[in-house]
Unconditional design. Structure first.
Length: 200
């Protein structure tokens, strides 16, 4: 694995620890909306994202953890660097292809459970019923295999996977992306977006 890929993983997961420790420490970076965190990602990894999008970092995929780092760059970093812009979703298809290739090769079994969360997330972000169903199956397996003290953490990830699946099953897409992507919303979608928790 290249030094660059290691830098991505060290930034994203921080020091080693159990899943609960890592998630507790990194959750705000992963799922919070912070201008400071967005700026930190942009300053350190904007050039990395451009290179990854252009296929210049495909060699990272030669190892499971290198592929994971590339998926994080393509699936997670755009939402920090291009928050609330259409560009945030441009590299989703690349991340999905990498995820499916990793699964086909059984690479998820070589990763820690908390790392597997981010290997699977491109499927949860897909506007595809098939990918959403697979995402839920993967998160179910991850939760069922979690350590006793970490089951609640992985059950939470599973809960979000199910919410994403249900929205795509209902609408065929994520309505909260419509405005950003310049897509007109249906009346049903607009009504849905008024509900608490609909914009995840």
């Amino acid at each position: 694995m290249t030094t660059q890929a290691e830098t991505v993983l060290n930034f994203w997961f921080g020091p080693s620890g159990n899943a609960a420790e890592i998630a507790g420490r990194q959750r705000k970076l992963w799922f919070g909306k912070s201008a400071a965190n967005d700026q930190a990602v942009a300053e350190q990894f904007a050039a990395t994202l451009l290179a990854a999008a252009a296929g210049q970092l495909d060699h990272w995929s030669s190892t499971p953890r290198g592929r994971l780092a590339l998926i994080i760059v393509l699936d997670q970093f755009p939402h920090h660097i291009h928050r609330n812009q259409a560009q945030a979703f441009t590299t989703d298809p690349q991340a999905q292809v990498l995820c499916l290739a990793a699964l086909a090769a059984g690479e998820d079994r070589q990763l820690e459970p908390i790392e597997r969360v981010f290997l699977y997330l491109p499927l949860e972000h897909a506007e595809s019923n098939a990918m959403q169903e697979r995402s839920v199956l993967l998160f179910e397996k991850l939760a069922h295999g979690a350590a006793v003290g970490e089951r609640a953490l992985f059950d939470n990830f599973l809960g979000y996977a199910r919410k994403h699946r249900d929205v795509v099953a209902r609408f065929g897409r994520f309505p909260h992306r419509n405005a950003i992507l310049g897509r007109p919303s249906t009346d049903e979608e607009l009504e849905f977006l008024e509900q608490p928790g609909s914009r995840f």
